[in-house]
Design a protein around this ligand. Structure first.
Ligand SMILES: Cc1cc2nc3c(=O)[nH]c(=O)nc-3n(C[C@H](O)[C@H](O)[C@H](O)COP(=O)(O)OP(=O)(O)OC[C@H]3O[C@@H](n4cnc5c(N)ncnc54)[C@H](O)[C@@H]3O)c2cc1C
Length: 375
């Protein structure tokens, strides 16, 4: 049995919900249209302790785990999933598990307040669902590494101060902490994505970028280990954002349908629509339980690869289904960009790709279910 929320988790949920309603909801559409990071609200999220939610308490954070991260993502995404900078929390998770004491002392206090934003850079023109073709390189150059590489689809690359950068070193795949203010880092272009637009996407290049050994995370060749140490955690965040989108869409559709009169009745007085509501709420509840199980397992130190992949898969399917039905339920009102549903739809679809596609989730699930050799 997964235990109930603790009083501090309930209070976190309440405070994030209030914050999202007060600061994110009113501006979400504007920043989606502009496609820029909402700095003022980001700063406020730092002040509220949300950016340092998962930073260990001894380094200035709130010491939250996967369950707290899930609460944060879900409540923020009810208003807009683009306000969750997954690369930031992924970097914190990697450093918590694989960083040196010196790295924690240097980065955590800054990441906790939001003074520095962190991003994750894995994808390349030939690297998406598989790391095999990773072309970025790190070669030893005296006491330093010399990094070269071209990264694509990177959220917040221009806004972030630190990027965890995956490259092939002599000993194999390795992660490095790149400071975007150092020479050799250059943004190539800003992209124009379909969704999550308040967390902008860039392509960037590292050319002749020198970095001291102390900025390497883990040992040379431990890149996959570093990646997997944070990946389940990060997927739980994706799943929670998808769940938050579904909850936000359902809530707003119901609020509209409750008052919209069609002849003698309101939309929610039609039995078909009430059944629709019942089905959506049931699907959300089921997905939520699976996500809770994955988050709880992660916090217990258990391997949550199966459950977190299942949670992302199910939350994605439920999210897309609920948003589509929310549009149907709200009729013409739901078809306009003034309504939030098409933004929810674009964000949900983007989350079906970002952080690992649904097909990759299915591969992970099947690999865990089938005996070796059958996969
Ligand atoms: C909004 C957004 C934000 C992103 N942010 C970041 C970021 O901050 N940092 C970062 O590094 N990357 C980021 N990405 C990139 C993202 O991680 C990749 O897009 C994703 O891993 C898929 O890679 P790909 O796009 O190259 O698809 P491909 O790998 O080319 O896959 C294409 C299709 O084939 C399917 N496929 C691939 N391999 C298999 C297989 N073995 N079995 C079955 N089907 C398969 C995929 O599921 C997909 O449907 C982001 C992407 C998006 C859309």
């Amino acid at each position: 049995m997964i235990p109930d929320m603790t009083p501090s988790q309930s209070s976190l949920k309440e405070s994030v919900r209030t914050f999202a309603r007060e600061w994110i909801e009113p501006e979400a559409r504007e920043y989606d249209e502009k496609g820029v990071l909402p700095y003022e609200t980001f700063r406020r999220m730092g002040e509220a302790g949300f950016l340092g939610l998962t930073v260990p308490a001894q380094y200035g954070g709130r010491g939250g785990g996967a369950q707290e991260y899930a609460i944060l993502c879900e409540e923020v995404a009810r208003a807009s999933a683009a306000y969750i900078h997954n690369g930031h929390y992924q970097t914190v998770a990697m450093l918590t598990r694989q960083g040196t004491e010196a790295q924690k002392l240097e980065f955590f206090p800054r990441l906790a307040t939001g003074e520095w934003l962190a991003a994750t850079a894995i994808s390349e023109p030939e690297v998406g669902s598989s790391f095999k073709q990773m072309a970025s390189t790190a070669r030893k150059d005296g006491p330093n590494y010399l990094l070269e590489g071209y990264k694509v689809h990177i959220n917040d690359a221009a806004e972030a101060r630190v990027i965890n950068f995956f490259a092939r070193a002599p000993g194999g795949l390795t992660v490095f902490l790149v400071d975007t203010r150092e020479p050799g880092f250059k943004i190539v272009q800003k992209m124009d994505p379909m969704g999550l637009r308040a967390s902008p996407i860039y392509e960037f290049v590292l050319q002749g970028y020198r970095l001291p050994e102390k900025r390497r995370v883990g040992a040379e060749g431990q890149g996959l280990e570093v990646f997997f140490s944070a990946f389940n955690f990060s997927r739980i965040g994706n799943a929670s954002c998808l769940l938050g989108i579904a909850r936000g869409a359902l809530e707003k559709a119901v609020a509209y349908a409750r008052t919209r009169r069609v002849g003698e009745k309101t939309v929610l007085e039609f039995q078909g629509n009430r059944w629709n509501l019942a089905e959506m709420a049931t699907q959300i509840e089921g997905a939520s339980l699976l996500r809770d199980k994955a988050a709880w397992m992660e916090d217990q130190g258990k391997n949550s690869a199966l459950e977190s992949s299942m949670a992302k898969l199910l939350c994605a399917e439920v999210s897309e289904m609920v948003v589509m039905r929310a549009i149907q339920l709200t009729g013409s009102y739901g078809c306009y960009r003034q309504a939030p549903f098409e933004r929810y739809l674009r964000d949900a679809k983007s989350l079906c790709i970002a952080g690992g596609t649904l097909e990759v989730m299915k591969n992970t699930i099947a690999a865990r279910l089938l005996p070796e050799g059958e996969v």
